[in-house]
Design a protein around this ligand. Structure first.
Ligand code: ZN
Length: 429
């Protein structure tokens, strides 16, 4: 039973033409439906998530003067969970000024989002996955013009814009039906990086802190979230790589969900020489521990642990929530040859980084493991995924929470990259 207080009724009435007040008796029939609401403000885009027990039907439209996005949810009843949404809007949200909710008809809930700037909305539903129930996702992207203007500094906004239109595949290549343009490369030498890799300029390194926003990644026994740990470690790593004279970018530098394909597309668009994804591991058994480094396997995981991880990591897109997932591996001999050479280089890079990480923590395994991680699929960029430690292990969770371990991990990753790149230079002489 939903009761509107007199104050609420007055407040709803004050909202104006958009809402009509429905008699309380009519509201009582429908079940309370919303179980959670979340807002993830970020510069790249702001996401609003409404979570409900049942699947949601919706319509949306925009209004000008002032700019608003209106979402009508059918077969729904306003409840006190949904009413908390207004209080969740942060003052520094780049896109949202205010959110109002009301029972628009006996069976329709109306959400009105007052906007700070023109936006390109993406509204979609997600089926239950992991701990999430039915979700209605409202993503507020900057308008195309704003995205284009921001591209000079960082291609992320333009790529997200392309992604939201289904133009980017899960391997980061563009989805225009053609074989992605990759550079032909000679096969790599077994233990040194491929001499064919052109490094005539400052090497470009892309750091990829895993998860973000709606996708927390692993959560430690005391509540530490992987997305926050890995962002902190990536920022420290960037400082060190920049100080070494490399050009370093991050796939995300805020608490935002970035689809896996967009992360790879960003690295390709920046013409990255190396791609390093940073994570913290988790396993069903709390005793699992140790640092690990992974390279891509095109055939699937090489070990049971890698298989488990492959599933959970590739789930990120489902948990974080994406509307369209680009798909299908491209079948082309050139593509395969290039990827094979790239994987060999990735393994060499991985060994260099693992050697350094082995100095500060027990290694989960003595070698670089391989799995079919979506985020490592750039066909022409050596890519590794670093599992800094096990967040599911109480001892290692404490390590991951400590600033000194984060800094030493960052230093180890940077030193491993430096060792790899100095060999790459030697190999060219
Ligand atoms: Zn992860």
């Amino acid at each position: 039973m939903v009761k509107l207080t007199r104050r609420q009724i007055v407040r709803h009435a004050a909202v104006g033409l958009l809402f009509t007040i429905t008699p309380v008796a009519a509201l009582a029939k429908a079940a309370q439906q919303f179980v959670a609401v979340r807002i993830w403000p970020a510069n790249a885009y702001t996401r609003i998530t409404l979570e409900a027990a049942q699947a949601m039907k919706y319509k949306h439209f925009t209004l000008d003067n002032p700019a608003r996005l209106v979402v009508d949810i059918e077969g729904a009843t306003l409840n006190n969970v949904l009413q908390t949404i207004a209080a969740k809007v942060q003052r520094n949200d780049p896109y949202i000024a205010n959110i109002r909710v009301g029972q628009n008809t006996a069976t329709t809930v109306r959400v009105v989002i007052d906007l700070k700037q023109a936006i390109n909305p993406q509204v979609f539903t997600l089926a239950p996955v992991a701990n999430f129930r039915n979700r209605l996702v409202i993503d507020l992207y900057p308008s195309a013009a704003t995205a284009l203007a921001a591209e000079a500094d960082d291609p992320l906004m333009a790529l997200l814009n392309d992604y939201s239109k289904g133009k980017i595949r899960s391997d980061g290549t563009s989805n225009n039906g053609a074989v992605p343009p990759v550079k032909e490369r000679a096969p790599a030498i077994v233990d040194t990086p491929s001499p064919s890799r052109p490094l005539h300029r400052k090497p470009i390194i892309v750091l990829d802190p895993g998860h973000g926003g709606e996708d927390p990644g692993a959560i430690g026994p005391s509540g530490l979230r992987e997305k926050n740990v890995v962002l902190a470690i990536a920022r420290e790593t960037k400082k060190r790589l920049d100080a070494m004279g490399y050009k370093t970018y991050m796939t995300r530098n805020e608490d935002v969900f970035i689809p896996l394909g967009v992360r790879v597309a960003k690295a390709r668009s920046l013409k990255a020489d190396l791609f390093i994804s940073i994570h913290a591991d988790s396993f069903t058994s709390p005793s699992a521990r140790g640092t690990g480094v992974y390279a891509l396997s095109t055939r699937g995981a090489t070990s049971a642990a890698a298989r488990f991880l492959e599933q959970t990591q590739n789930n990120a897109d489902l948990i974080g929530g994406v509307q369209k997932v680009g798909n299908k591996n491209v079948d082309s001999t050139l593509f395969d040859m290039t990827q094979t050479a790239t994987i060999k280089d990735s393994l060499v890079l991985g060994r260099n980084v693992l050697n350094e990480l082995g100095k500060l923590n027990k290694l989960h395994k003595g070698h670089v493991d391989q799995a079919n991680f979506a985020v490592l699929r750039a066909p022409d960029i050596p890519s590794i995924l670093v599992e800094t430690a096990f967040l599911s292990n109480p001892t290692e969770e404490k390590l991951l929470a400590s600033s000194s371990f984060r800094q030493r991990s960052a230093a180890a990753i940077a030193n491993g990259v430096k060792a790899y790149l100095s060999k790459a230079v030697l190999a060219r002489r």
